[in-house]
Design a protein around this ligand. Structure first.
Ligand code: FES
Ligand code: FES
Length: 172
């Protein structure tokens, strides 16, 4: 059956088997950041965005992505690298296996929640498992990243406000 969707802003149209999962489809299209850890919706490693919302691609039939915008880590590389610097700063880097899904969820949370507290952050990221570390370093990195992003956003808004005020003053 034909599947046409957008992957990281590029339209893709392919024949796929009815039982193919989105995870396998994305990997077949070269999105190797998408990893399979369990295939039973328990680990979060396969997280991608479908129309901007995180989904577990091991549990989504590929055909359900028809007409959708799919985003993988390859499509948000710059943002991922920025967050990666915060992880490194806290000594909380994770392996290439669990990092992509974790990062996709952190970046989705940044878009969805404004000023989340620790409980909200933990709840949002609860589905992302790592077998080998604690989560304290990652929590510190997430908090510092969200604070930095909040500051950048506030500075941007202030600059835009000043620009608008200047333009209005020039008009009058
Ligand atoms: S591979 Fe999808 S949740 Fe584990
Ligand atoms: S660092 Fe990747 S599974 Fe623990």
């Amino acid at each position: 059956m034909n599947l046409t969707c957008s992957i990281n802003n590029k339209t893709v149209s392919r024949e796929v088997a009815p039982d193919m999962m989105l995870l396998d489809f994305l990997r077949s299209q070269g999105c190797y950041s998408v990893k399979c850890g369990c295939e039973t919706t328990n680990c979060g490693l396969c997280t991608v965005w479908m129309n901007g919302k995180p989904v577990l691609s091991c549990a989504v039939p590929a055909l359900r992505a028809g007409g959708c915008e799919i985003t993988t880590l390859e499509g948000v590389r710059e943002e991922a690298e920025e967050f990666g610097r915060f992880l490194a700063g806290e000594g909380a880097e994770q392996c290439g296996f669990c990092s992509p899904g974790f990062i996709m969820n952190v970046l989705a949370m940044k878009r969805e929640l404004s000023n989340p507290d620790d409980r909200e952050i933990r709840e949002y990221l609860a589905g992302n498992l790592c077998r080998c570390t604690g989560y304290a370093g990652q929590m510190r990195a997430v908090r510092k990243y969200l604070e930095a992003v909040g500051r950048q956003e506030a500075e941007k808004q202030e600059t835009e406000k000043q620009e608008t005020e200047k333009q209005e003053a020039q008009k009058s």
